[in-house]
Design a protein around this ligand. Structure first.
Ligand SMILES: [Fe+2]
Length: 194
């Protein structure tokens, strides 16, 4: 089962999502929707509704776990599993780090959300390098080991970007324009109306 957009918005309220995280999540959801719809229209087997729900709910536990940031993905996945959304839970669990190597011939919804989250800095679209540097600054705390781990994660992100955009008719730098024109309706009915 995949929760509809309207249900995801209710869950944001129920789990006391802070306004700035809600704004970030809405933009990640729309970004995941643009990518999901673009891939589907290009003939790739992905479910845009699942990518959107994963994008909207990826930080569902963040407001509850602000002091222990690295736990929010796990905690969010637990919440989604309890709510009866195991597919969304898997996406939430891996939105910070992908757990396994990429499937070279497949694009998974969790890769879409992982990537979309790394294009959205607070409430605006940026390139992944800008987002990487922001994360290094906020979480690296001058520790070179942490900074190196973040850099390594963004190398994986760059490979995901390449894989995704091989199928899309627009470039990574044109994503913002696409997202700008994408309205997320409360009951998402598929890609034609976006
Ligand atoms: Fe997150």
């Amino acid at each position: 089962v995949i929760p509809e957009v309207g249900h995801c918005l209710e869950l944001m309220d129920r789990y006391r999502m802070l306004p700035n995280i809600r704004e970030h999540s809405l933009l990640v959801g729309r970004t995941a929707g643009v990518i999901g719809c673009g891939l589907k229209q290009a003939g790739v087997a992905v479910d845009p509704a699942l990518a959107i729900a994963g994008g909207l709910l990826h930080d569902i536990a963040k407001s509850l776990c602000l002091s222990a940031d690295s736990k929010h993905a796990e905690e969010g996945a637990r919440i989604c599993r309890e709510l009866g959304f195991p597919k969304v839970a898997e996406i939430v669990a891996e939105h910070v780090f992908l757990a396994r190597d990429m499937a070279p011939d497949l694009i998974l919804e969790k890769e879409i959300v992982y990537y979309a989250d790394k294009r959205v800095l607070h409430n605006r679209l940026v390139d992944i390098r800008t987002r990487r540097d922001d994360i290094i600054q906020r979480y690296g705390k001058g520790d070179p080991t942490v900074a190196e781990a973040i850099r390594a994660n963004f190398e994986i992100c760059r490979a995901v970007e390449e894989k995704i955009f091989r199928h899309l008719p627009f470039a990574p730098e044109d994503l913002e324009e696409q997202v700008h024109g994408f309205v997320l309706e409360e009951s998402f009915m598929g890609c034609d109306r976006g």
